[in-house]
Write a protein that binds this ligand. Structure first.
Ligand code: S3P
Length: 436
C-alpha cells in the first residue's frame, strides 16, 4: 500500500495504458466484517478493502470483542461471536471518515444491551445522522446526537426494539441497512420501502449468512430474532474506484485501459450508462460471478464525449460517481445537466460546491443549483484545488489534470486512502502525470 501524501501536483501525462487491479468494494467490505462478526462460526473475507474506512470498521469490531485475523493483505478471518456476543468497548468507537460505518453501526449498536459512543473525523462530524436516529427511535432506540443532528452518537443500550414498516424519505442504502440491522434484534417484522431502489448488499449478504429476508428492488422485510451462520465472502473490485479510470481512459487521447473483474451490481453502475450515453467506448469482457455479484473486465478506450442531460432515474445508481461524471462533462462537447442530486451536498464534502468551485478554478463555467449543476465544457487550465479532504474530489481532479494545459495542485489528498489506497501509484503506473 502506498502512503498518500498531503497534496498532489498533477499535469497531463501520457496516453493511459495497462491492465489495472482495482481494490475491493467499500460497501461490501464494511458489511462483510459486520455480519461475519455477528455470525455463529468463523467466516473468511477475500478481497477486503484495505482502506482506512473499512479498517476502522474492523478495528471497532475488535474493540467489541471480535477476533479478526489478517493472514495476508485483503484477507480477514473473522471469529463470529453470534448476534448476542458483542462486548461493550472501553471508550468511544472511531468510524474515521466513514458514513457507512457510522450509520450501519448505529442500527446494530442501538440493539445491544450496552451503551456505545460513535465518533468520526472532521468531515463525518458534520454529516446528518437524524436520517438514521429518526427511524431507529421509532423502533424504540435511544440515541443522542448534537443539537444539529450530527455526531457523536451516544447510544443508550438495553432498549427493547420493535419492528417497523418504514418508508425512507430519501434513497439511502445506509439508512435502509441501519433499520434492517436493528430489525434483526427487534420484536416482530421490520420492513423498508425506498423511493428509488438503492444498493442491496445488506439484504444479499444477510441472506448469504442464512437470514430469512425477503427483498426486491425498493423493498426489504425481515423477522427479528434470527441468527447468522458463518460463510465465506468474496469482495468484488469497487466500481466507484474504477470510475476514475473509466473517465480518465475516456478523456485522454490514445488511451486503452483494462480494469479487471469490476463489480457490476446494477445499483452501482449508473455512471457506466451515463458515460455510454455520452459516447464513451467501454466494453465488458470475461463476465463472471464473484461472491454472488456480477463482475466483468471493463475495457475503456478514448472516445469523444458529448454533453447529456443525466437521467434523474440514474442518480441513485451513480450517487458516488458525480465527481468523476463532472470531469467527463468538462471534457465533452456541449453542456451536461445534472438534476435531482441534492444528496451530493451531504457526502464527505458538499460535492456539488466542491466540483463547481474546482472546475471554475480551472477555467470552466458551471451553473450550480440546489440539486445539481450545468457543466459548460471548455479548455482546462491550471490552479490550486481544495478537495475539502474528500477522497473522490481529490481523485476527480487528478483525472481532470490529465487534460489540463497547466499544473493542477490538489490539496488535502490524505483521505484518498479511505477508499482507494494506492490510487496514486496505480495512476502513475498507467501514464498519469501525478507528483506527490
Ligand atoms: C453506501 C451508500 C451510499 C453511498 C456510500 C456507501 C453504502 O450512501 O453514497 O458511499 O455502503 O450503503 P447513502 O446511503 O447516504 O446514499
Amino acid at each position: 500500500m502506498s502512503q498518500q501524501s498531503q497534496h498532489w501536483v498533477a499535469t497531463a501525462g501520457q496516453s493511459l495504458r495497462g491492465t489495472l487491479e482495482i481494490p475491493g468494494d467499500k460497501s461490501v467490505s464494511h458489511r462483510s466484517v459486520m455480519l461475519a462478526a455477528l455470525a455463529d462460526g468463523v467466516s473468511t473475507v477475500d478481497g477486503f478493502l484495505e482502506g482506512e474506512d473499512t479498517r476502522a470498521t474492523a478495528a471497532i469490531f475488535a474493540r467489541l470483542g471480535v477476533r479478526i485475523e489478517t493472514p495476508s493483505p485483503s484477507r480477514r478471518i473473522v471469529h463470529g461471536v453470534g448476534v448476542d456476543g458483542l462486548k461493550p468497548a472501553d471508550g468511544p468507537l472511531d468510524c474515521g471518515n466513514a458514513g457507512t460505518g457510522m450509520r450501519l453501526l448505529a442500527g446494530l449498536l442501538a440493539a445491544q444491551p450496552f451503551d456505545s459512543v460513535l465518533v468520526g473525523d472532521e468531515s463525518l462530524s458534520k454529516r446528518p445522522m437524524r436520517r438514521v436516529t429518526g427511524p431507529l427511535a421509532q423502533m424504540g432506540a435511544k440515541i443522542d446526537t448534537q443539537d444539529d443532528g450530527t455526531p457523536p452518537l451516544r447510544i443508550h443500550g438495553g432498549q427493547a426494539l420493535a419492528g417497523i414498516d418504514y418508508t425512507l424519505p430519501v434513497a439511502s442504502a445506509q439508512v435502509k441497512s441501519a433499520v434492517l440491522l436493528a430489525g434483526l434484534y427487534a420484536q416482530g417484522e421490520t420492513a423498508v420501502t425506498e423511493p428509488h431502489p438503492t444498493r442491496d448488499y445488506t439484504e444479499r449478504m444477510l441472506s448469504a449468512f442464512g437470514v430469512e429476508i425477503e427483498f426486491s428492488p425498493g423493498h426489504a422485510r425481515l423477522r427479528g430474532g434470527q441468527r447468522l451462520r458463518a460463510t465465506d465472502i468474496a469482495v468484488p473490485a469497487d466500481f466507484s474506484s474504477a470510475a476514475f479510470f473509466l473517465v480518465a481512459g475516456s478523456i485522454v487521447p490514445g488511451s486503452e485501459l483494462r480494469l479487471r473483474a469490476v463489480g457490476l451490481n446494477p445499483r452501482r453502475t449508473g455512471l457506466l450508462q451515463a458515460l455510454r450515453l455520452m459516447g464513451a467506448d467501454i466494453r465488458e469482457e470475461n463476465p463472471a460471478t464473484h461472491g454472488g455479484e456480477p463482475v466483468a473486465d471493463l475495457v475503456v478506450r478514448h472516445a469523444p464525449l458529448r454533453g447529456i442531460e443525466v437521467p434523474e432515474a440514474l442518480v441513485p445508481d451513480m450517487i458516488d460517481e458525480f465527481p468523476a461524471l463532472f470531469v467527463a462533462a468538462a471534457c465533452a462537447e456541449g453542456p451536461t445537466l445534472v438534476r435531482g442530486a441534492a444528496e451530493l451536498r451531504v457526502k464527505e464534502s458538499d460535492r456539488l460546491a466542491a466540483m463547481a468551485t474546482g472546475l471554475r478554478t480551472l477555467g470552466l463555467r458551471i451553473d450550480e443549483t440546489p440539486d445539481g449543476a450545468t457543466i459548460h465544457p471548455g479548455a482546462l487550465g491550471g490552479g490550486t484545488i481544495e478537495s475539502h479532504g474528500d477522497h473522490r474530489i481529490a481523485m476527480a481532479f487528478a483525472v481532470a489534470a490529465q487534460r489540463a494545459t497547466g499544473q493542477v495542485r490538489v490539496e488535502d489528498v490524505a483521505n484518498v486512502a479511505t477508499s482507494f489506497p494506492g490510487f496514486d501509484t496505480l495512476a502513475r503506473g498507467c501514464g498519469f502525470g501525478l507528483l506527490s
